[in-house]
Each structure stands twice: as C-alpha cells, then as structure tokens.
Design a binder for this molecule. Structure first.
Ligand code: ADP
Ligand code: MG
Length: 266
C-alpha cells in the first residue's frame, strides 16, 4: 500500500494524526445488498454497519440465509454493496469496478472456503504459489513464500503431495497457506470447518489462533457455537442485519482443547 492513499476523514476527534496502522481495517457503513432474480428482488443485507480493527478475530454466526456469505463476499471484494460504503484499510472500495476489486483482493485478502478448492493435478506447493502468479514476485521468491506459508500451517513436509494424497484437514491447510502467500491484511474464512470432523476443526482453529496471535486479522463464518468461541468477538446475523455483537468471554485455546480430544487413527 502506498503512503499517499488517504484515510477516511472520520474520527477527527482523535488527537494523534491517523496513520494506516490505527484505523479500522474494515469499516462497513449502512451496507445493503439486493439480488435481482427475474421479477423478484432478494434483500440479502439490510443496513449492516460494523468496524473491525487490526488484529481482531471475529466469528460470524446466524441461520442459513441470514446474509453471512453475502457479507463475506463484500468484505472479500468478490462483490459490491448495492448501497452503503465499505472502507478497506481506509480506502473506499464500494465503487471500484471488477478489475480494481480483483487487484485489491489479490493484495489484501486471503479467502478460505468450505470446499478447499484446490487444483487436483497440482502439488501443495504449486497450489500455494497460485496467487503469486498475478504479482511481480519472481520465481524463486514465489517458491520461498509458498514454502514459508506451508510451514506456517504445519505442512513443510507435504510440499510435493497432491490433494488426493492428503486428508481433508491437510487440504484445508494448503488452502490456508494459499490464502496467506501474498501476505494479506485480512483472512476471510466462510465455514472452513464445515467439511471437517471435530478434532480436525479444532486443529484449524489452532492455526487461526496462532496466525491471529501474530497480528493477522481474521473473520470466520461458522454455524458451530463451539468453533465461534475460539474467536475474540462474535457477530450474529439475522434477516440481513447484525443482531448481536459480543466479545467472547471465556475463550479456549485450541492447543489446550486438542489435548482433551482423542486422536483418530485413520
Ligand atoms: P448465508 O450465508 O447466511 O446462508 P447468504 O448470504 O448466502 O446467507 O444469502 C442471503 C440471502 O440472499 C438468501 O435469501 C439467499 O437466498 C440470497 N442469495 C444469496 N446469494 C444470491 C445470489 N447470487 N442470487 C440471488 N439470491 C442470493
Ligand atoms: Mg453461507
């Protein structure tokens, strides 16, 4: 990010001058989203406002159809609000066109989905390198970064494995490495444990807590209450609005929880 990009002119009451480091990473202001389906119009988000600071770990919960994925797609610059504003690191991206959104997305966002979305005939290392192909990073540096990202998720010894040679949990870890390889400002994860057993899900939360401890901002959608409690803050969506926004009070450490869970033998 260049130093010339301007911060929003809000928060003028603060005494210290604002820098990129102390604004909200995510600022969503009165966002609405409509989907047009033939004659009908679905009002998926109905006035959502929220600030997320750097270093937060937010879980999003809510019934199916409450707007969670729509919200995540907007945060991840995969889609635009129909009304309202979205500021990502102080930059208003709500009016960016598709191409500009794609650039921002590749630089600032790591996305992890429920299905791991790995390329089947491609090794863990090559899958992880994919997002760097759209950057100016040279070949050696790409490989180095991909190896680093894989070791951050505990897969340093699996670089040459293909997806079919890995468990679901390992595949999801490759997907996390791929999301991290461009060193994003935010990690967004939409039900990343939806296809995983409970122990593997907690292993994924252990990785998320570790990344968050190093300062990465994380927003996670889950339908499991137990999983939401590994975050620091929980937002509950209902009918396209945020109905609750609460801190997690007794937050378990995934590392400790794992000690109490049986390991599954194949
Ligand atoms: P959640 O992730 O909480 O299950 P979604 O954000 O996927 O909710 O959906 C919110 C509402 O928007 C639902 O009523 C859903 O049917 C509708 N919706 C989501 N995506 C689309 C789309 N691409 N086209 C039309 N309607 C959509
Ligand atoms: Mg969803």
């Amino acid at each position: 990010m260049s130093a010339t990009q301007t911060m929003p002119a809000t928060n003028q009451s603060t005494t210290a001058p604002m820098t990129a480091a102390d604004g909200a990473v995510i600022r969503v202001e009165e966002v609405h989203k409509y989907y047009e389906l033939g004659e009908t119009r679905v009002h998926a988000l109905r006035g959502v406002s929220v600030d997320i600071q750097r270093g937060e770990f937010v879980a999003i919960m809510g019934a199916s159809g409450s707007g969670k994925s729509t919200f995540m797609n907007i945060l991840g610059c995969l889609d635009k609000p129909s009304a309202g504003r979205y500021l990502l690191e102080g930059i208003d991206v709500s009016q960016h066109d598709k191409k500009a959104l794609a650039v921002i997305r590749n630089q600032k966002i790591g996305f992890v989905f429920q299905g791991f979305n790995l390329l089947a005939r491609t090794t863990a290392l090559e899958n992880t390198e994919l997002p760097t192909l759209y950057t100016k990073i040279d070949k050696n540096e790409r490989k180095k970064r991909a190896e680093e990202a894989l070791s951050m998720v505990g897969l340093a010894d699996r670089t040459e494995h293909f997806p079919s040679q890995m468990s679901g949990g390992q595949q999801q870890r490759v997907a996390i490495a791929r999301a991290l390889v461009n060193r994003p400002s935010i990690l967004l994860a939409d039900e990343p444990t939806g296809n995983l057993d409970s122990r593997t899900s907690v292993e994924i939360m252990e990785i998320f807590q570790g990344l968050n401890n190093k300062g990465l901002t994380i927003v996670l959608v889950t339908h499991e209450h137990d999983i939401s409690q590994f975050a620091k803050r929980v937002l509950i969506f209902r009918d396209g609005k945020i109905r609750k926004d609460e801190p997690v009070l007794r937050r378990p450490r995934a590392e400790e929880v794992l000690k109490t869970l049986p390991t599954l033998e194949d």
